[in-house]
Every structure is written in C-alpha cells, then in structure tokens.
Design a protein. Structure first.
Length: 603
C-alpha cells in the first residue's frame, strides 16, 4: 500500500502521522551517527525520506536521501538503523553503489567512502531499505517499542516534515472521541500562549494524535503532537500537552547541534510547560511545577550537564538532566535576566535558529547580546558544575528609634565556593511583607532589610527561582529515584531509595505510599497494608495518597477474602471526593465487584 494512497478514519492515526513516526523509530537516527566519538566526525545537514507501508504484513519499504558534512577527515560514515530493517543499497550522488557493513550489536550501518571525505566537505547518500516493524525485539532501545505498523494503529516516532495538514485536528480513538473538543481548546490556548512569547510557528496546521500505551508517553514532530492513551482523561493533561506542543519551537524548528546541546531544546520545552502552568493555574500551580522540575534536576546531581553525551539518551539520568536541569537553567536565566530580556532572548532564539541547529556557545552568545551582560559564569556554574547550594540564614533583628520600624541584618551561608546568583529574601511582618533581591557570592553573603512591621518570618528564595537543596527536596528526589528503579524492575534498590526518603522525613505520606506499592508488587500484602496505613497517618502530601491508600487497602482485603473490610475502604475512598487519576471510578468499580488479582502468565 502506498503511503500517499492510504485513507484512514479520523479515529485512527492519519497517514501523515504514519509517515512521520515510522522513521523515528526505524531510522532513529539515520540523521545521526552512533557514538560520541563518531558523532563528532559528521553532521547531518538535510534529509528527504519517502516510504511505503503495508499494514497487513507490518512491512515498510523506504528510501532516505541524507546530506552530511565531515567534521574531520573520514573514510567511513556510521548511521544507526533498527535491526529489523535491512539495507538493500546505498548510493552516492553519481548513483555509484557504496560498500556497507551491518553491525547488529550497536544497530549501525557503516558506509565506506572509498575516496574519503575531507573536513568541511559534504556528501549525499541514498539509503534503500525495508523490513517488518511490529515488535520491540529489534528496537534500538531495549524493551521499548517505538514503531509499529498495523491495520488499526500505526505509530513511527521521528521528528521529520511531511505534506501539510489543514487546521487543528484531533485523532483520538472511539472511546476518547468525546474528549476531542476539550483537548483541541486547550491546545489552541497553549499554542496561542507560546506564539505570543516566541513568535508564530511556521505553519498554522496542527494535529493532536492518540498513541497506544505500549510506546513513549508523548511524541512530537512538525505539525503534530502525540500523547499516550493513558494520559487522556476527562481532566485534560494540559502540562503534558503543553510540553509536547512547545516542541514545535524547541525541537521541530530549533534543533540541538549535538548530543551535548539536547538540554537547550528539551529544557526550553520544559520551561515553556512551566510558564504555561503559571499563566493557567496561577502562582500556586507555578510553585508546584517548579518543585517538580527541581526534583528531576537534583535526581542525578553528581553528573554535569556538559557530560551527558556519555549517557544513553533513554536512561533516567539523561532524561532528568537534559529535561529538568535544562529546564531549571532556562528558569534561572529568566530570573537572572528579568522577563523582558529573557523573552527577547527566547524570541531571538526561536527566530534566528528556525530550521537550524544551535550549540550551547551560540545560545550563550545570543543570551549575552539580548541581556547586555556577560553570562559565562552562569553557564559554567550550571552546565559544568554539579550539585546545588543549600542555603542557611542567620540574622539579628534591631528595633529602630522614633517608631521607624525594624532592621534585619543577616548572613546567608551555603557550601559552593564558586556560586554566584541573585536571590530573593522575603520578610513577613505584622503588616506588609518586604522583598529584597541580593547577590549571593561565595559561601557567605550579608544583607540588610528594613521593615515597618515587626518581622515574623524570613524566607529565602520564596518563589523558587534558584535550584537549591532542601530537606523537602531530598525526600522527593529519593522518591523519584525509587520510582525510576521500580520502572526498571529493581524493587530491592527502589526500597533503599524510599528508605532514604523516610530517613529524611518519616512522616512522608508519599514515601510510605511508594513503599507500599513495592510490597504490593511483591505480594507481601501484610507489609503493604502496614505501609498504606502509615501513608494515611502521615503528612497527607500529596492529597491523593489518601484516596489511593484506601483503594489499595480495599484491594488487599479483596485478595485475602475479607470483602466487608474491602468495601469499607472503597467507601472511605469515595468520601474523600478526590478523583485524581480516576480514583473514584476505581473505587466504585470494586465496590460493585471485588478486585481480583491478575493471574500470572504461564510458560
């Protein structure tokens, strides 16, 4: 079946989406070499891809024309290609067949260049290839299915351009079709918000597509945003949608020059998401979103962001660093420059590098031009350094004569000798709060604030503009790392991380809840029940731990044939009136019909 002759119903994936996404999983990057050393030797400038699909047999036949430039003198060019795909021929501009070698161990195709290629010299190769894409067995990322061609649903993840679509369209499956309007309305608001800051994207056409649950949570490409089925609910997942749509600017238009520069596009998209939260949900939502970003940034704070090229792009370490620490760098840059200079910088980045790649040095120079100040120390601190400061505040309050109020003289201590950042100090008084911006330089910095009302509380960085350590964040970091280990199947190490969280705050409901989840997975139901009870008697943060602890206790009682106790827990869950992730629907389901543990697969 020719790709361009394929017709699908709106509830299915549109043909343009099919073309787009096949090539991301399949070629995952025919446009990028494999290792850091090899990747530094060539740079892909352009590519043109054409593909035919046969959904009935899950088959793809494709031709990719790739133009690249040598960054050094080379005799071989190396490209990644899914092992499920077989290259039938590689030719140069003159139509001459080039010698190739398939190396399945690292998913590469190595193309010999008999005449060699000098530094800065370009060449175009045409790859003819075909294969079957249906399973995760040959995926470049072990265990993760990034491509599937089938009669009902086809997804092929790859940020490439294809023929234009018309308007904002939603392609959801039948069970989610009633939610299409609310997602379209949210997407329109988010696109308008980002356009007001960065300037319009190159096309007004956009499609929102539902992805199956057996692939990545979200995907993006020019003119398209894909989100997984489980993320689609009555309450629009506007943060995930905002992040995915922000990639129209950061990734689809502006791209990173190298793996070391991924933090620019991923971090800019994360910061864009957080900025939209601020606009849509106010300062309370903004504060929580900033904390989420800080937790991810601190999860692997012993690795400098400038060293991510050595990491697997699908590893938790790489994702946390480029997305969350990258996002925090943009967030802190906004604070350092002020909104006007920062917005000017981001708009310049979006416009000057549209359709181009950008390096870290180029972004720093652009930021300095728009801000009118040198930022070398800022970028060195957050890209090359590790860790984050933990601020401590010592102060003395003096009463001023003649009823003029009070003066606070204080000193901020932190443990990073080279640290330098502006920091807010807020003084809450009996009357009006006072805010002062000070420069924290080195391990000790003094400040002085005068207030009319009597000081009651002094808060450092009350609006969370600076990446910093704190007891609360350490708890959340340990929980995040534990969750990542659970996702990898390492339950024993996950429990160790959760115990670190409990050592820091034994009253953490979230930490107890996560411990209970592990015990539940291990079928250690008594220990799981104990931990869910601890979650219920803890600090109650976040609020959803209450409703879900009751539901999980109900499941345990159903498993152990204590139906009366189970229904009591489900009723208590309903009384919370908290429907986070469909909790109330779940409680009603098991109130009507007992929960039954899924049988383990045999064989």
């Amino acid at each position: 079946m020719s790709l361009f002759r394929r017709t699908l119903a709106p509830a299915r994936v549109p043909p343009c989406f099919t073309r787009l996404l096949v090539l991301g999983a399949c070629i995952l990057a025919i446009s990028a070499p494999l290792s850091a050393a090899e990747r530094s030797r060539i740079q892909v400038n352009d590519y043109l891809i054409d593909a035919d699909l046969t959904p009935k047999t899950h088959h793809l036949t494709a031709k990719a024309k790739v133009k690249f430039t040598a960054l050094d003198n080379i005799s071989t060019a190396v490209f990644e290609l899914n092992n499920a795909l077989r290259v039938t021929r590689v030719t140069n501009e003159a139509g001459k067949t080039m010698p190739t070698e398939r190396v399945t161990q690292d998913y590469t195709i190595r193309v010999s260049l008999p005449e060699g290629l000098s530094k800065a010299q370009s060449q175009t190769l045409t790859f003819d290839y075909e294969g079957v894409l249906d399973k995760a067995d040959d995926s470049p990322v072990e265990g993760l299915k990034l491509a599937s061609i089938g009669p009902d649903t086809t997804y092929l993840l790859y940020p490439a351009r294809w023929f234009p679509m018309v308007g904002l369209k939603i392609y959801f499956k039948p069970n989610h079709k009633d939610l299409a309007r609310s997602y379209a309305e949210t997407a329109a608001k988010e696109l308008a918000f980002f356009s007001s800051i960065y300037g319009p994207i190159s096309t007004a056409n956009m499609s929102i597509v539902e992805l199956p649950d057996d692939t990545v949570p979200a995907a993006w490409t020019p003119q398209l945003a894909g989100i997984t089925s489980k993320a689609i609910s009555d309450k629009v997942n506007y943060r995930l949608l905002a992040n995915t749509l922000a990639h129209q600017w950061w990734g689809a238009s502006v791209s990173p020059a190298a793996k070391d520069d991924f933090w620019i596009t991923e971090g800019a998209a994360r910061d864009s998401e957080v900025r939209y939260v601020q606009d849509a949900a106010g300062e309370a939502g903004f504060e929580e979103a900033c904390k989420d970003m800080a937790v991810g940034a601190l999860a692997y704070d012993n690795i400098p962001l400038s060293g991510v090229a050595k990491l697997d792009p699908f590893s938790p370490e790489f994702q946390s660093l480029v997305t969350d620490k990258g996002g925090m760098i943009f967030h802190m840059l906004r604070w350092q420059l002020g909104d006007a200079n920062y917005d000017r910088t981001m708009k310049s980045l979006a416009q000057q590098y549209a359709g181009k790649s950008v390096s870290t040095d180029q972004f720093r120079e652009l930021s300095e031009q728009n801000a009118g100040q040198k930022l070398g120390a800022f970028f060195t601190q957050w890209l090359d350094g590790t860790g984050a400061p933990e601020f401590k505040n010592k102060y003395t309050t003096y009463r001023l004569g003649n009823n003029k109020g009070f003066r606070i003289v204080g000193q901020i201590n932190q443990d990073l000798d080279l640290f330098r950042m502006p920091l807010e100090v807020r003084v809450d008084t009996d009357g009006k709060s006072e805010m002062k911006r000070i420069d924290v330089v080195g391990t000790e910095s003094t400040y002085s604030v005068e207030t009319f009302g009597k000081p009651r509380r002094i808060i450092l960085d009350p609006n969370n503009w600076v990446l910093k350590n704190s007891p609360d964040l350490r708890v959340r970091v340990a929980i995040l790392r534990g969750q990542q280990l659970v996702a990898q199947g390492d339950l024993a190490e996950a429990l160790k991380e959760y115990q670190k969280a409990l050592d820091a705050n034994h009253n953490s409901s979230l930490a107890h809840y996560r411990v209970a989840e592990v015990f539940f997975l291990q079928k250690n139901y008594q220990s799981a029940a104990n931990a869910y009870r601890e979650a219920l008697s803890g600090d109650g943060e976040p609020k959803w731990t209450e409703v879900w602890s009751h539901i999980q206790l109900g499941k345990i009682f159903d498993i152990t044939d204590q139906r009366e106790r189970a229904t009591n827990e489900y009723r208590q869950a309903l009384q919370t009136n908290d429907n986070t992730q469909g909790a109330l629907d779940e409680a009603r389901r098991y109130l009507n019909q007992p929960y039954k543990r899924e049988r383990e697969a045999v064989g």
